[in-house]
Design a protein around this ligand. Structure first.
Ligand code: NAP
Length: 309
């Protein structure tokens, strides 16, 4: 019997209990899944960083911690966590993010607001350009960024992507490094941020780098709030260098009611809903990783502790 501790908020337990059991059964894994165990009896921890478990020291026989979230910034620096840490790569979450990004990019590309807000009898006959004439840049070419870049490229946008290590992807101009970032921002008529929060990515989009972007560009940030210098973004919106920012993530969440983003006419706030881990598909990913752990296969989606993601 494999003892799996589910360490997340109680509402997640309601969501995951049955789907996890079903996924374990499908892989013939004999699992005792519970929200409480004596720590020394636990083999794996299914984990959300906002769970009460913050000290991993007593989990002496635990073979791996399997994160339910894609972002690991709140657990990666935990010194008591010496076991392998896997992050969540969930096809359901990827699909959700692709839909969010495609939708918000298309909103800005087509200038939908003009017609949605302007039901006032005025004939605004602005014809949007074709996708081929709108350049999109995606910062971060990981699970989510690459899937979004591919979809946007499929819609006809010329897509440039930027990542830490050089990538190649059909139909996408892939860049890396400092020079690559400058080049990527220079062609960002629409910029999508899908980087993790790490010491190297904090405030990546600052005043200087915003100034490299074309005038009238759009920003879509479902990555992390800390990627952007808020004041620099507000200045660029006020000067209309940036036409509009759609922001899903913030330094403080929920975004405080008095934060200037709420009232700014060129900002759209979405409440960290771009995508989330979907219980059914995520349960299969977790079961697969436990199966791998039990059969000696390498675990998937392991976090690189030194890189922080
Ligand atoms: P991922 O697969 O780890 O990909 C991260 C990408 O960022 C990789 O391409 C990586 O480069 C690049 N990167 C990391 N540090 C960099 C640096 N210093 N310079 C340049 N590129 C860098 O992560 P993911 O699954 O795509 O998720 C991305 C982020 O989305 C998560 O960390 C999370 O913050 C956010 N997210 C948000 C929501 C939401 O609902 N708003 C939902 C899920 C996730 P390499 O390819 O070279 O490693």
């Amino acid at each position: 019997m494999i003892n799996v501790l589910f360490a997340a908020l109680p509402e997640r337990w309601e969501q995951y209990r049955e789907t996890l059991q079903a996924a374990f059964t499908e892989l013939d894994l004999s699992v005792d899944l519970r929200t409480e165990f004596a720590p020394q009896d636990v083999d794996y921890i299914v984990y959300a960083p906002n769970s009460p478990v913050q000290d991993f020291t007593p989990y002496t026989r635990c073979k791996a911690v399997l994160n339910l979230w894609a972002g690991v910034e709140n657990v990666v620096g935990n010194k008591t966590l010496t076991q392998p840490l896997a992050r969540m790569v969930d096809p359901g979450m990827t699909q959700g993010m692709v839909e969010y990004v495609a939708g918000h990019v298309m909103r800005h590309h087509l200038g939908m607001d003009l017609h949605i807000a302007g039901q006032d009898g005025q004939w605004r006959d602005h014809v949007p350009p074709l996708a081929q004439d709108r350049r999109v840049t995606v910062l971060g070419l990981g699970e989510l960024g690459l899937a979004c870049a591919k979809t946007l490229s499929g819609l006809g946008f010329p897509v440039t992507g930027w990542s830490r290590r050089q990538k190649t992807a059909d139909g996408i101009t892939c860049l890396a490094g400092d020079d690559g970032l400058r080049q990527a921002l220079t062609v960002a008529d629409i910029l999508v941020l899908l980087l993790p929060k790490t010491p190297a990515t904090e405030n990546l989009l600052d005043a200087n780098r915003i100034s490299w972007m074309p005038k009238g560009a759009f920003v879509v940030n479902p990555g992390r709030g800390q990627l952007i210098d808020d004041d620099a973004l507000l200045d660029s919106l006020n000067s209309e260098h940036i036409a509009h920012a759609t922001l899903d993530v913030f330094r403080v969440e929920p975004l405080p009611v008095d934060h200037p983003f709420w009232a700014h006419p060129q900002v759209t706030v979405t409440p960290h809903i771009a995508s989330e881990t979907r219980a059914r598909t995520a349960s299969q990913v977790i079961a697969d990783n436990i199966h791998r752990g039990e059969t000696g296969a390498p675990l998937l989606h392991l976090v690189d502790r030194s890189a922080g993601y």
